[in-house]
Design a protein around this ligand. Structure first.
Ligand code: ADP
Length: 243
């Protein structure tokens, strides 16, 4: 029996999805018991050991969640089933508050929303897209840097952009960033809790919302990640007309 490329790709995706799914329960059990152990009194070396074990289970859980989400997105590169009008300012406001916690006050945020502009899509997928871009800006921007988040419409397109004054990316890496597990600096990514799947997820969410990702960056200066949505994917409501 010879298989074509599409069938092989399908087998790969199913395998990854099945393995991820099977690992979920044992990991939840390990995580739960480690939390119980950490509630006990231990000497410092043992406490450190259990803390590290618990942190690693969190990393594995994040990886599994991202693998499962990615395999769902890859299996159906068509419009998501649950499509509704999403209040982007509200959604992004919540994500920015989480990002500020991650930043621990080390970054300055500047946020600009067009509050009349909403997007048609799947909330869970869009939350994942926007949070990956905003959390990356925090992770790859040293303390004291700035992060600009913008949601606006121009020339019949809606733009969601995240700009940072961080470490930047050398030009030759840019075309490969949305590949699964592609990282410019694997050690830095792991240290910041990254799974290496965030931008691959972002790419697939955008395909399913007819959008595209534009990445501009200057090594040592900072980066701008922009999601561009065509007309038909967003709605403008002029609330002033109601008055
Ligand atoms: P990770 O979990 O490693 O952050 P992503 O898929 O989200 O995975 O990003 C892939 C890689 O792209 C990162 O490892 C990092 O090298 C680079 N990257 C992403 N966002 C930024 C950014 N804002 N500034 C600099 N590099 C970035």
């Amino acid at each position: 029996m010879s298989l074509n490329l599409q069938q092989l790709e399908r087998i790969r995706r199913d395998f990854v999805a099945n393995v991820s799914h099977e690992l979920r329960t044992p990991l939840t059990v390990l995580h739960g018991y480690l939390e119980l152990l950490l509630d006990e009194q231990w000497d410092e070396p043992k406490k450190n050991m259990f803390t590290q074990m618990q942190q690693q289970t969190v990393r594995m859980e994040n990886l599994i969640e991202d693998l499962l989400l990615l395999s769902t997105l890859e299996n159906e590169d068509v419009a998501p089933t649950e499509h509704k009008s999403i209040d982007v300012p509200n959604l992004v406001d919540t994500i920015c508050r989480e990002a500020k916690t991650l930043s621990s006050g080390n970054h300055q945020f500047e946020i600009n929303f067009d509050t009349n502009l909403s997007l048609n899509g799947n909330e869970k997928e869009l939350r994942s897209l926007f949070s990956n871009l905003i959390f990356n800006a925090v992770k790859y921007t040293p303390s004291g840097g700035k992060i600009f988040v913008d949601w606006s419409e121009k020339n019949k397109k809606a733009y969601f952009s995240v700009k940072d004054t961080g470490i930047g990316i050398e030009a030759h890496h840019i075309p490969r960033l949305t590949e699964r597990f592609y990282r410019v600096d694997p050690a830095r990514s792991r240290a910041s809790g990254g799974t290496g799947l965030g931008l691959a997820i972002a790419k697939h969410v955008l395909i399913r919302h007819e959008g595209k990702l534009e990445i501009k960056s200057q090594w040592g200066e900072g980066s701008v990640f922009t999601c561009i949505f065509p007309k038909g994917q967003y709605t403008i409501t002029d609330f002033t007309e109601d008055k």
